[in-house]
Design a protein around this ligand. Structure first.
Ligand code: SAH
Length: 241
């Protein structure tokens, strides 16, 4: 089973784009994943091939039509999850990325203009996903972000098999700080413990740094991490999800 990314977009020429270079690019060329951009406009039905129309109720910009989007979605739908890029969606997480990477692939719907006619989310099984609290001009960059995060987890894509497990977010914490040679740079040295060769001490130092840095830099993550530790795993708190 090859991980297959189908991207529904008005700008198919944006793919694979940056995913055609480096590790993702090599994996693509070697058949480690497939990239299939699809032009949404091919599913327009009127003679002007229009994909959008003015917002009901007035206001600036244009809205992508539900009928055209549905035809595009239906043409590629299979057992893969369908994600739509929208700032109104659930924030993308490393946990969701891991689930997607473990499956057969993903279908990504990219918005433009003012976004999607809301009825597409009622008429089709589509997961709304945001990549952060800021506004992009289109969903394509978000799709590239999502796909990059998934592809680096596919078997054989990253060099060292273990280099994924320690990363920020994988443990619910930020990663500890990293250092490399030279030992002395502008009078700043690498923490002594990292040169001690004492693996237990190094692990303890890294754990403590990861915890302190997460607490100071990302109090939101820290709270969730601590919450998960004190809450029973059955998680009475999760009933809202
Ligand atoms: N009017 C919309 C924003 C439209 S931006 C709103 O205020 O919610 C145009 C398109 O860019 C969106 O349809 C979406 O596909 C994409 N986009 C913009 N910001 C995004 C984000 N933070 N996450 C994911 N996709 C985003």
């Amino acid at each position: 089973m090859t991980f297959t990314a189908t991207i529904l977009t008005l700008y198919p020429e944006m793919f694979p784009g940056p995913l055609g270079v480096s590790l993702a690019g090599r994996a693509l060329r070697e058949g480690g994943w497939r990239c299939e951009p699809v032009q949404i406009r091919d599913f327009a039905t009127d003679k002007h091939r229009s994909v959008d129309d003015t917002p009901a109720g007035g206001g600036a910009g244009m809205v992508l039509r539900a009928d055209v989007l549905a035809a595009a979605v239906d043409s590629v739908a299979d057992d893969r999850p369908i994600l739509a890029m929208t700032p109104r969606g659930r924030p993308l997480s490393q946990a969701r990325v891991r689930e997607i990477a473990a499956g057969p692939g993903v279908i990504v719907l990219c918005g433009r203009f003012e976004g999607f006619d809301e009825r597409i989310f009622e008429g089709r099984e589509i997961e709304e996903v945001s990549i952060g609290d800021y506004i992009l001009s289109g969903g394509e960059m978000g799709a590239l972000v999502l796909l990059d995060a998934c592809i680096r987890l596919l078997p054989g894509v990253m060099g060292a098999a273990s280099s994924g497990v320690d990363e920020s977010f994988e443990t619910g914490l930020l990663e500890y700080p990293q250092y490399t040679r030279p030992f002395d740079w502008e009078g700043r040295t690498i923490p002594e413990v990292l040169r001690s060769g004492d693996h237990a001490r190094i692990a303890a130092w890294r754990k403590s740094k990861a915890e302190t840095d997460t607490r100071l830099r990302r109090p939101d993550l820290w709270e969730r991490h601590e919450g998960a530790r004190v809450q029973p795993p059955s998680g009475a708190r999760r009933t809202k999800d």
